[in-house]
Design a protein around this ligand. Sequence first.
Ligand code: AMP
Length: 278
Amino acid sequence: MTTIVRSRTELRTALAVAPRPVGLVPTMGWLHDGHRALIRRSRSAEATTVVSIFVNPRQFGPGTDYTKYPRDEARDVAICESEGVDIVFAPAVDEIYPPGFDTTISVKGVSGPLEGAARPGHFDGVATVVAILFGLVGAERAYLGQKDAQQVMVIRRMATDLAIATEVVACPTVRDPDGLALSSRNVHLSPAERAAAPALRRALLAGRARWAAGERDAETLRDAMFETLTQEPLIDVDYVSVADGSTLAELDRVDGPALLSLAVRFGTTRLIDNEPLG
Ligand code: AMP
């Protein structure tokens, strides 16, 4: 039986009688098979699984897609029920940020490049809401997607620095058969854009192939990714990156663990993907 709670108090009451250990899967809803994979990982390891559904206004920049972000709570709850989720926490904005709320969690270094540079304030919003969720749920573990690799790094840093005992478990990216990473934003792609979108994966695999063949010059790997993307006229490249696997600083040479990543736009729809190396 899935219990749906909307307030901090109801959540605490439900958790007080929930068997431990507890796993948390934080989401913004519009659940897909990527979210289902996180839920299943949690269910296989934890006695209680909590899914939060909250489209967090603080992680969207002004004039970006907060209002057009897809929402369908009834469908999301049905998916959680079918996956055996124990508790769904679906709060209103005022419940997370009540009147007087005046705290921002700002992780420095690893929040700076890539998505942090492209979306100013984004990771402050993410770190703040996840700190609240971690504090409220007190889970033993939280299950996050490797698709948002930088987000995983930011949240790990935040939890370590704030002495929050929740361990962050990063789970593999779930993809459609043609390689496109599942994302709630894929719903906004036109048929032509959807047909072009596997180029993201092809670009990352082109970079990986050059690296596997011995190429260590980072700019050559970036060029390989960029050229693959620009073969699709519907794609506007936001960035391609070959970055250090722990700091996310852009590399000149790939001599250790690294992260290939990219962000593109199809019109107003922005998609990201990544591939770890080493
Ligand atoms: P979101 O609802 O997009 O904020 O995502 C909630 C969680 O699901 C985050 O930890 C994401 O990284 C993860 N996630 C999103 N898409 C995927 C995917 N295709 N595969 C695995 N995890 C994903």
